[in-house]
Design a protein around this ligand. Structure first.
Ligand code: FAD
Length: 442
């Protein structure tokens, strides 16, 4: 570990928490009855609660830790449109006839793009001050064959997701970032960015305004069927409810073993740098877009909401490691892309859990036992899980005009998988090797 990369004021916690003190809320007592109990106090659970409240139902959101503990206040704040499903597009139907492939792309990209429309309308309707901007994203090609792969998806993204995307050859890459690191890439205009902790706090305020009760530090325990619905045991008493929603994504645990075995929890890590000179900051990403790359050990990065720091995220390890371990790895990846940041120190480093599904798609539905759920963000959940959380609420209210394409799909698992992904470090090494090969071949 190189100690010189750490600023003297280094904090192993999210930079976003400087704007919102997570856990400063007064703790509400859980009630003994509610229309709906929502397990998980992140953006999925809160959007569900808002929608239920708008429809006149009384929701109680249970969060095992502080409200805002999970990925919802730890993410990079990149907001995807139809491009959020990425690898999910290579599903089995994509390899059938050309007509079936087009139907598949229309369905999945079109469905995913609804997340962005939803979140933009929500932020406006609920007046959430979270520095949301539709900035667009540049996805850098790690190798020429990745550039070709992206170019092959361009037409479908524009046609079915209205992505307003175009390919940018390597000679023009400096229009988007002060680096020649990539082999060109794709610009996707229909994407944005926000401040995750302010978005989450705005959702909490909106949920309360719509009548929801938010209860932190209260873990949902056993779930038992009753004549009227459910009895939810919690660490602070039992709650009777008509319906239960599971909104635990990368933190899905033994409460719902059937869902746990459909989710692969993968760690993602981020650093924030100290403030840098405004001219240098502006030069790094002239159009203020979010940046990401196409390799398997991917990085995603941007400037902070005040354009003074670099927020640099990635998956140099697929499992939880201390920020003191992930920070030097991320710092090295950042310097590979921007050598001009040599000497810029890290003030914050943190980690959180994503939830991958085996088919790389988001999922909502009802388990055979009757529990509602929305989860499986595959690294891009801010818009899409906000939307699916709200859709679960609408479904419970009986107000859905049209089921989202991700509702009720087969939610695959694998034989003998119980939710403990012990192979992740091996997968990480395999991916690293394949990235190395792709780059070397170039
Ligand atoms: C480092 C990182 C970077 C990311 N970057 C991006 C990005 O740039 N763009 C993007 O779109 N997405 C990103 N994501 C993904 C995005 O953050 C998630 O998709 C989204 O926040 C999921 O929200 P959620 O409400 O479903 O889950 P979470 O916010 O994770 O909340 C789930 C909560 O459930 C609680 N819980 C679990 N079990 C129980 C129980 N039994 N009782 C009560 N509570 C329980 C947990 O404590 C947790 O707080 C990132 C994620 C991480 C970790």
């Amino acid at each position: 570990m190189d100690p010189s990369i750490f600023h003297p004021d280094f904090k192993p916690r999210p930079f976003w928490w400087e704007a919102v003190e997570i856990g400063d809320e007064e703790q509400a007592e859980p009630p003994s009855r509610a229309d709906v109990v929502i397990v998980g106090g992140g953006l999925t659970g809160l959007n569900c609660a808002i929608e239920l409240g708008r429809g006149g139902a009384k929701a109680v959101v249970l969060e095992a830790e502080e409200l805002g503990f999970g990925a919802s206040t730890r993410n990079g704040g990149g907001i995807s449109g139809g491009n959020s499903v990425g690898k999910g597009l290579s599903g089995s139907k994509a390899r059938q006839s050309p007509a079936e492939e087009q139907d598949w792309l229309r369905e999945i990209i079109g469905g995913a793009s609804e997340g962005l429309s939803y979140i933009e309308a929500l932020i406006q309707r609920e007046d959430i001050a979270c520095h949301y901007e539709r900035t667009g994203r540049f996805v850098g090609a790690w190798a020429p064959k990745h550039y070709e792969g992206m170019a092959g998806k361009l037409d479908a993204l524009n046609r079915y997701g209205e992505a307003d995307a175009y390919m940018l050859p390597r000679e023009r890459q400096r229009e988007e970032m002060a680096s020649d690191f990539y082999r060109g890439g794709m610009v996707v205009n229909r994407t944005g960015k926000l401040h995750p902790a302010l978005y989450h706090r705005g959702l909490m305020d909106a949920a309360r305004r719509h009548g929801a009760m938010l209860v932190g530090h209260t873990r949902a325990g056993a779930l038992t069927r009753t004549a009227g619905g459910w009895r939810v045991e919690t660490s602070r008493g039992a709650i009777e409810a008509n319906e239960v929603v599971i909104a635990t994504n990368g933190y899905t645990g033994d409460l719902t073993p059937d869902l746990k075995r459909r989710i692969i929890p993968v760690a993602s890590h981020i650093i924030a740098t100290e403030e840098i000179e405004p001219d240098l900051a502006r030069s790094l990403i002239p159009k203020g877009r979010t940046l990401a790359d196409s390799c398997r050990i991917l990085c995603y990065y941007r400037l902070s909401h005040d354009n003074r720091r670099v927020i640099f995220g990635g998956r140099p390890r697929f499992t939880q490691v201390p920020p003191e371990t992930s920070a030097p790895l991320l710092h090295g990846m950042m310097l590979a892309r921007w050598p001009q940041l040599k000497g810029v120190r890290v003030t914050h480093a943190w980690t959180g859990n994503l939830a991958f599904a085996f088919d790389y798609l988001p999922h909502m539905g009802v388990t055979p036992k009757g529990l509602h759920y929305a989860m499986g963000c595959n690294g891009s959940g801010v818009a899409i899980l906000s939307w699916l959380g709200a859709e679960v609420g609408r479904k419970i209210l009986g107000k859905s005009n049209r089921a989202p394409v991700f509702d009720g799909r087969d939610f695959p698992t694998r034989a003998f998988y119980t939710g403990k992904p012990w192979v992740l470090p091996l997968v990480g090494n395999w991916y690293r090797f394949r990235d190395w090969l792709d780059r070397r071949a170039a």
